[in-house]
Design a protein around this ligand. Sequence first.
Ligand code: ZN
Length: 118
Amino acid sequence: MSLGACILLVAVLAGAIGLARVSRRARRRRAPPLSDDLARLARAAPGGRPADALEVPSTSVVEDRAVSFPCHVCGESAMQALDHQVEEIGGERLRRVRVGCDRCGAERQLYVRVMAAA
Ligand SMILES: [Zn+2]
């Protein structure tokens, strides 16, 4: 093979690799709408919005309840509570728990209402 042909071959291969990279990047860029839809579904699911807050009898089970749902992205039951804050929303104190999936890393927020003892 002549040096010119060799250089041409390398240039063609580099171009092909470059194109593969670009199309991988393009695929990744197209991914967000799906996760946006999933995030929207997660917000519409129980606990996803303050108005749909989950109800628990005591603060000690807030995080247990929040991680009891499977991941909204991969469907695995591998959620962990990442943090947990008290927020006053519409004159009521709600717990906002951020949960993350151990398997795929997806995160979502759940609102939990601690029912006052009667
Ligand atoms: Zn997941």
